[in-house]
Design a protein around this ligand. Sequence first.
Ligand code: M6R
Length: 608
Amino acid sequence: MCGIVGYVGEKQAAPILLEGLSKLEYRGYDSAGIAVFDAGRIHVVKTKGRLAALSDMIDGGASITSQMGIGHTRWATHGEPSDVNSHPHISNSGKFAVVHNGIIENYFKLKEFLENRGYNFVSQTDTEVVAHLVDFYYDGDMLSTVTKVISRLEGSYALGIISCEHPDSFIAVRKDSPLIVGLGENENFIASDIPAILSRTRDVYLLEDNEIVILKKDNVSIYDIHGEPITKEIFHVDWDVSAAEKGGYEHFMFKEMMEQPKVLKDTIHPRIQDGNVVLDDISLTAEDIASFNKISIIGCGSAYHVGCVGKYVIEKLARIPVEVELASEFRYRFPIVDDKTLVIVISQSGETADTLAALRDAKKSGARIMSIVNVVGSSIARESDDVIYTWAGPEIAVATTKAYSTQLSVIYLIALYLADKKELLSAEDKKNYIDAMLALPDCVETVIGQKETIQYLASKFYNVKDVFYIGRGVDYAASMEGSLKLKEISYVHSEAYAAGELKHGTISLIEEGTLVVALCSVDMLFEKMLSNIKEVKARGAVVWALTFEGNTAIEAEADHVLYVPRTVMEFAPSCIVPALQLFGYYVSALRGLDIDKPRNLAKSVTVE
Ligand code: M6R
């Protein structure tokens, strides 16, 4: 939820910290700050607002001299966004500064403990307790101090800590919040995510929970929770740096939408060989598959919406009962999950706190865990029995687009794989589905090629108050994603509704001029959708329908129609949702909003 960076080396730290933070702003952007070691003391600069405000205050980092420091970009949890609540937080003694991503759940008790011992708190944050605890336990050695501090902390944390008594090194630790170490030449880094350090090094350590790291310019030492040294493998990042840059586009979201045909090809094509789905990534045998009596799909937000599509597709093709659940609900529901359950966990970041916790609960109950993850080496990927990576590349915009689309494609691959292993597909059906999979990148290319038409529709509707997205079957699942895309970036109220369900209450909200986006790609339900369109139009709605090419009967009912290339019904969300992503994008642009960093949100939700 927040982004942290740290640097020690021979160069000036402040500009490097600012550059790293600029790549992490997607994780939080309500305030930013840095702390550096300078002339025997810790110097903190922080401010409410975007990173640009911090950068202006320190002349892009040029006004601060230091070869070591830590930085933070915040998504507020405890205490409103303000200068004082911004990180880094400093101990009363001025000796220690801390940046933190996560939530210290027992901070209130710790605060009382520290106040009773004379510590003064200046912020409303949970993080400030860490700065004072470090001061309280400090025994001259940062490693033993930090092991004592973390033994008192409950909750999640990635921490970077500098001390003015140790001008040549700093310390970091993680639990349930991501943290990586970047290994440079005469310089080393910490960061919440790889893009922050990618322009400086490609060699990283992916820290595990409770690993503590001490960084000097020419050495990195890693320890376990007891302070015992451990060795780790270096992970070499082989992405293209430009993948995490805007590359001439005005917004990351636009660039990422345009990348969809390519990343779909990267995700799908290597996994289809000689007319078969080949999932080398996983180790499920036909016997394993036969032993599952149900599949539980778990995710949050858009990942959950992929699961909703997955339920239709897997049940139809592989005939295995599928439950889809929001990770935050799954965790506290006492779900019935055992060794006969295949749990499919979906996450772009691989770090979403609720999803990770749900995975761990399911694993404890004996379930087999297969995850669909975008970020290589992330916690969810590491803790799963099998991982299928979406090869979407770094996704920076808060609103997911290309990751969603690639997750969908992996869900289809899994459905086909399971169906094939169960010998449920005729040769003809199998060929149709495989051909449709291979054609998906081109279908999406055609849809995004209609961007001017979608922009025109956005210009007609960007001022509407309420929008309803309706559909049946997979279209209903797709409508959830369309609705989320609109509301999260354009702040227009919208709801996704099963088209057959509207008349059971919600239709009372339809009035003159309400926009209804009707998704009509399920052939066997097409006539029923026409009736639902008639019902809302009779109450004053303006209808924009999306359907497959050739379904021209729609023109008699809908006010506006967008045709998408025909694919098999189960894969329709792949063709429809990119149009809805573009619609959300253009509405947001016309309303003059910050598309890549919508208010109140963050890309990676590492708190509950
Ligand atoms: O990283 P994850 O896929 O686990 O993230 C899950 C959701 O937070 C995410 O899909 C969110 O809903 C997006 N902002 C939607 O665009």
